[in-house]
Design a protein around this ligand. Structure first.
Ligand code: C5P
Length: 671
């Protein structure tokens, strides 16, 4: 997960390959709760691990349910929410609507002393319709803050003879789902009569109710569905575990990958993208996104247990669609509309306004930043795409909404090859913490992977600056000096003398080295050589062997292969001149020799080594001279490097300066 302030996604050309996506959020959270309501144990496979399921798991544990989590498999002990449950609990449910709504209903029917609350956005998401229905049924629920919204308090219900609840279908289908999961608990008595949920008005997002009905059937509850107007839970219904349950990969998540494969522009024939574990027969309503995408021209083939997507002919066909049945995946259509041949209209999406954020407003604002013209209606969006060359390099706000972030990434397929900055990329954790990692694994950039080179003399602070930049940008980091140092250490270990006569043997050794850099550790054949390569001796050896062209050539490929999405920050002597001559940003970092000697002395002292400043200064000057005067890749600024003398700058100041340059190079418009 990229826990950084923003992520710069370079322009992408295509995605291809094979991927299995994490489990459906809707199925995962429903299945967890239903399993907790069974007297018998259940093992759920393919469970999604995300903020929302974490919230549900934590709440169930707090309520006394026994859970064994092992990767994406979780075993829920039986009877967790039975008579032995915690009768008192204060539950914090983050921004997880799929936890808040059904837990309110279940706990209100079961009874006890509970409070339920969430993040500030959760306190803005309405829940009055559900609570009113529960109150009518004899439950005791009271508002702790603003009426109609969490936080709320639940007490033990006054059991009445009520057998009927009415709820509006037009606000959130999650209210209907919550009632359907909870009311079987009041229908156990075969003599007390059926319980009927009456839905007034049109039921929105029906497919989500279908997921609930399908899962209830797996858990032994067969609800009679009279055209989504009357849903009848037969008297005598009891939860019974199916034993094992497989969660389908999330169809809404799949929409981003289907869109990415559709928007791909491969140079030659593309193998396309295969999404495993999901096909057109999935129970999730958002699988119908496939039909909408096809209307726009997507080439999607459904096989048993997989979907295969080939790049479409672009531009896509503009679309005019009632999206009520695919509220979440419709956001992906809004992104695809940017690649269409005219105006697209997405209708009947008022429910967007009460999701993680007001998605109608948020989407309109962000699409405009990319260059689109957008009309925002009360329950529709009309999107006119930007002309191919008028796409802008935008900083996209994500509104603490995972779907805004995942949608935003699709802008990276723009034909103008503009990068896109995604703010707060970690918000994808709500449903897919590794979304960006997965995208980058499948994607090819439209141009060279972005590389930032920090070259400069010894002890100029390049390593510190480069690794700090890599961290804040979420880029990979390559300390090229470490490779030369490692070459020396590895050579000595194999008794190869560090002498030019053995340059060929050392070069050969360099090609076989497969080091792994993990923080300060440098792992070679399972051994950590981090400390060994940072010794003064290793520095001297590196300085010697790095002057030999054979060795430099041998390390070229290793260095270049470090350039991976989303980008690379690297430091050394010739990164900008030789290794990455087309790097997006080159910085030549210097500091006065006096200052560098002082810093080196500080570093050595921190390691308990005492060194005289004059000696250090002489060493540095000698090393600089050797690096500058050698024939192979001498130390010098690249013609297009920006010079930065950091003698009087703190690391934070240097970092800010370089980030500023980076932003300018990206032509990013201010947020
Ligand atoms: O940067 P560091 O001090 O770790 O590098 C060790 C030595 O490796 C340097 O003195 C320099 O001679 C050599 N080097 C190089 N080219 C690089 C990085 C380091 O020649 N790109």
């Amino acid at each position: 997960m990229y826990a950084i302030p923003y992520l710069d996604v370079p322009a992408l050309q295509q995605v291809s390959g094979r991927v299995r996506l994490p489990g459906s959020k809707s199925i995962s959270n429903r299945a967890l709760l239903m399993a907790a309501l069974c007297p018998q144990p259940t093992t759920i496979h393919g469970l999604l691990h995300s903020d929302d399921t974490q919230v549900m798991l934590a709440a169930l544990a707090q309520l006394g349910c026994g859970l064994d989590v092992d990767g994406d498999r979780v075993r829920i002990h039986g009877g967790g929410l039975g008579a032995r449950r915690a009768m008192q609990a204060d539950l914090f449910l983050g921004n997880a609507g799929t936890a808040m709504r059904p837990l309110v209903a279940v706990l209100a029917i079961l009874g006890g002393q509970y409070t339920l609350d969430g993040v500030p956005r959760m306190r803005e998401r309405p829940i009055a319709d559900l609570v009113d229905a529960l109150l009518d049924f004899g439950c005791q629920v009271s508002w702790l803050g603003e009426p109609g919204f969490p936080p709320l308090r639940i007490a033990t219900p006054r059991r009445g003879s009520q057998r009927r609840v009415a709820v509006r279908g037009s606000v959130s289908s999650q209210f209907v789902t919550a009632l359907l999961i909870a009311l079987p608990l009041a229908a156990r008595d075969a003599a007390a009569g059926d319980i009927v949920v009456e839905i007034s008005g049109e039921l929105i997002s029906r497919p989500y109710v279908d997921i609930t009905l399908g899962l209830l059937a797996r858990f032994g509850i067969s609800v009679q569905n009279d055209q989504y107007r009357r849903l009848t839970i037969p008297a005598g219904s009891r939860y019974a575990s199916p034993g094992e349950l497989q969660v389908e990969p999330d169809a809404s998540t799949a929409s981003y990958f289907i869109a990415a494969a559709t928007l791909s522009r491969p140079g030659k024939a593309s193998p396309g993208l295969t999404i495993d574990g999901l096909d057109e027969n999935a129970v999730q309503g958002d699988i119908r996104f496939v039909d909408a995408a096809r209307q726009m021209g997507a080439d999607i083939r459904s096989h048993a247990g997989s979907l295969h997507v080939q790049p479409a002919r672009l531009p896509l066909q503009a679309l005019d669609l009632d999206c009520n049945h695919i509220p979440d995946a419709a956001m992906t259509l809004a992104m695809m509309a940017l690649f269409a041949n005219g105006r697209s209209t997405l209708r009947n999406i008022a429910s967007w306004r009460v999701k993680e954020t007001d998605r109608l407003a948020a989407m309109a604002i962000e699409l405009r930043k990319l260059g689109a013209a957008v009309e925002e209606g009360s329950d529709f969006l009309v999107i006119t795409p930007p002309a191919a060359d008028s796409w802008r390099a935008a900083c996209l706000g994500t509104w603490d909404d995972h779907r805004m972030a995942m949608c935003g990434a699709l802008a990276a397929f723009n034909p103008a090859r503009r990068p896109v900055r995604i703010e707060d990329p970690a918000c994808v954790a709500k449903t897919f913490p590794d979304f960006f990692e997965t995208l980058f694994m499948l994607a090819e950039p439209a141009q060279d992977v972005p590389v930032i080179c920090i070259d400069g003399p010894s002890a100029s602070g390049k390593g510190t600056l480069a690794s700090a930049l890599a961290q804040v940008l979420g880029f990979h980091y390559l300390d090229s000096g470490a490779l030369y140092r490692l070459a020396g250490v590895a050579a000595r270990r194999r008794q190869i003398p560090i002498s030019v006569d053995h340059a060929a043997a050392i070069a050969q050794l360099c090609q076989s080295l497969q080091p792994r850099f993990v923080g300060e550790r440098v792992l070679l054949d399972g051994e950590d050589l981090g400390a060994a390569i940072r010794s003064e001796q290793a520095g001297m050896d590196a300085s010697t062997l790095s002057a030999w062209p054979l060795v430099r050539t041998a390390l070229l490929q290793t260095q270049r292969s470090a350039a991976q999405l989303p980008g690379l920050v690297t430091d050394g002597r010739d990164m900008g001149t030789v290794v990455f001559p087309r790097a997006r940003l080159k910085v030549f970092l210097t500091a006065s020799v006096a200052e560098r000697a002082r810093r080196r002395q500080g570093q050595l002292r921190a390691r308990g080594i005492d060194a005289k400043i004059d000696q250090l200064r002489a060493d540095l000057e000698a090393r600089d001279a050797r690096d500058r005067l050698r024939a192979a890749s001498p130390l010098k600024p690249a013609g297009d490097a920006l010079l930065l003398d950091n003698s009087d700058l703190s690391i934070a100041e240097s970092k800010a300066r370089v980030l500023d340059w980076w932003q300018q190079k990206q032509c990013l418009e201010p947020a």
